[in-house]
Design a protein around this ligand. Structure first.
Ligand code: GLU
Length: 452
């Protein structure tokens, strides 16, 4: 297996086999392909990883749970959704990863997210395995009471599979503080245990960590700052485009302001806002977090400096740094070309797999520093792991302390991705660096623990 060509042939065969055995799961295929494509040099350099079955085991979830979630809406009608939890890999610690409530959720989406989470969590260095879950439930337009009943029904089944030492869910798209509260309440009621460490993203007053809501967005900005630093550029004074208007986008925008950059945009599935004066973070939080409104409301209320572009894509706005922070495959080849034409210097993925593989390639070839989500958005799950530590010790750290830890973790992730890429002859390629560095940590643990 010394010849990288042999490794490549074996990995190609494995990929074909995975696609055959997991039909109609395009996002999972994409996530696996992207990792396998970067691993061939590792097998050539480190024959101990070339043992039969290691990568095969890595690509097969340890456990996949699918369940019925019945609930009654405000009109007394019974609704039936589907719930998922994919416990992908626990070599480094309890399964850890968010829950996504969105109509697009199916087993392929949950598996892609769970697979990515393995490497991301390994990169944090914090002893957490990879998992992900969710439902095709759409919280948009539902009353608080409906969301509560749905969460209670979802947890009534999920509770038998999770635990602070087993599997620790958190939020993702459609699951924020409100949903985590209802889920935690039902877990506590059924189990009669105050087990704070069973979920992360809890409210600050009942076991949640300071800076957890901010962590993913703040981390994505810190990662961008590290990439730019190596190019001899500071973030201060730079223009930025941000997509999305959920938790990740909001705190990306907030951190950009704090570091003296100019975040010009935010978006939702219907269009985007361009605000020449920079997005007003308080107004955006009020509309999105309090009123659960749309970004078109932002433009209407902001006045002169903001323009709403229905159906448009933020990537057409000229800026020096880009933060795709909405959802998978939201930035394609055409968008990448537009960003490059406008002189973008760095792209830092706040969302999971938001850039299509072809767009990643074009950006990298143009010399744009590209931070893949596994590395760039790992700040969220990292602070989740710090929340677990605080819960286990029954302590609560100050915001200053958590923020300092987060900054150190993001610096370390950037450094390990950068060094690993150099070590494998791909300087500046953070995709290769993140995949290989994450893989090495998980693979070492899996090899030590035997064939299980
Ligand atoms: N859903 C987030 C992610 O994609 C956070 C997961 C967590 O905090 O467990 O990493």
């Amino acid at each position: 297996m010394k010849d990288p060509k042999d490794s490549k042939a074996r990995l190609d065969a494995l990929r074909a086999d995975i696609e055959r055995r997991n039909p109609a799961q395009p996002e999972f295929h994409q996530a696996v392909r992207e990792v396998l494509e970067t691993l061939a040099p590792v097998f050539a350099a480190r024959p101990e990883y070339a043992v039969a079955g290691l990568v095969e085991r890595l690509c097969e979830p340890e456990r996949q749970i699918i369940f019925r979630v019945p609930w009654t809406d405000d009109h007394g009608h019974v609704q039936v959704n589907r719930g998922y939890r994919v416990e992908f890999n626990s070599a480094l610690g309890p399964y850890k990863g968010g829950l996504r409530f969105h109509p697009s959720v199916d087993i392929g989406v949950v598996k892609f997210l769970g697979f990515e989470q393995i490497f991301k969590n390994a990169l944090t260095g914090l002893g957490i395995g990879g998992g992900k879950g969710g439902s095709d439930f759409d919280p948009r337009g539902r009353s608080d009471a409906e969301v509560m009943r749905f969460c209670q029904s979802f947890m009534t089944e999920l509770q038998r599979h999770i635990g602070e030492h087993t599997d620790v869910p958190a939020g993702d798209i459609g699951v924020g503080g409100r949903e985590i509260g209802y889920l935690f309440g039902q877990y506590r009621r059924i189990t009669n245990r105050w087990e704070a460490g069973v979920l992360t993203g809890k409210g600050r007053g009942w076991g949640g960590s300071a800076i957890r809501p901010e962590a993913t967005g703040y981390g994505a900005v810190l990662f961008a700052a590290e990439m730019l630093k190596l190019k001899g550029i500071g973030l201060e004074g730079r223009t930025a485009v941000v997509s999305g208007s959920g938790n990740v986008a909001i705190y990306t925008i907030e951190k950009l302001h704090k570091l003296g950059a100019h975040p010009l945009t935010c978006s939702d599935s219907q269009g985007y806002v361009l605000d020449e004066k920079g997005i007003d973070i308080e107004l955006l939080k009020q509309i999105k977090e309090v009123e659960r409104g749309r970004v078109s409301d932002y433009a209407a209320r902001r006045g002169g400096s903001a323009r709403y572009v229905p159906g448009g894509r933020v990537w057409e706005v000229a800026a020096e740094v880009a933060f795709p922070s909405a959802t998978q495959n939201e930035l394609d080849v055409q968008d990448a070309r537009a960003l490059i034409a406008n002189g973008v210097k760095a792209v830092s993925e706040g969302a999971n797999m938001p850039t299509t593989p072809e767009a990643v390639r074009i950006l990298q070839e143009a010399g744009v520093a590209f931070g893949p989500g596994k590395a760039a958005n790992a700040g969220g799950v990292a602070v989740s792991a710090l929340e677990m530590s605080q819960n286990a010790a029954r302590v609560s750290w100050t915001a200053e302390r958590v923020e300092q830890e987060l900054a150190g973790i993001m610096r370390d992730i950037h450094a390990v991705c950068h060094e690993t890429a150099e070590r494998y002859g791909a300087p500046g390629d953070y995709v290769t660096g993140a995949n290989i560095a994450g893989f090495e940590r998980v693979a070492d643990a899996m090899l030590a623990q035997g064939i299980i």
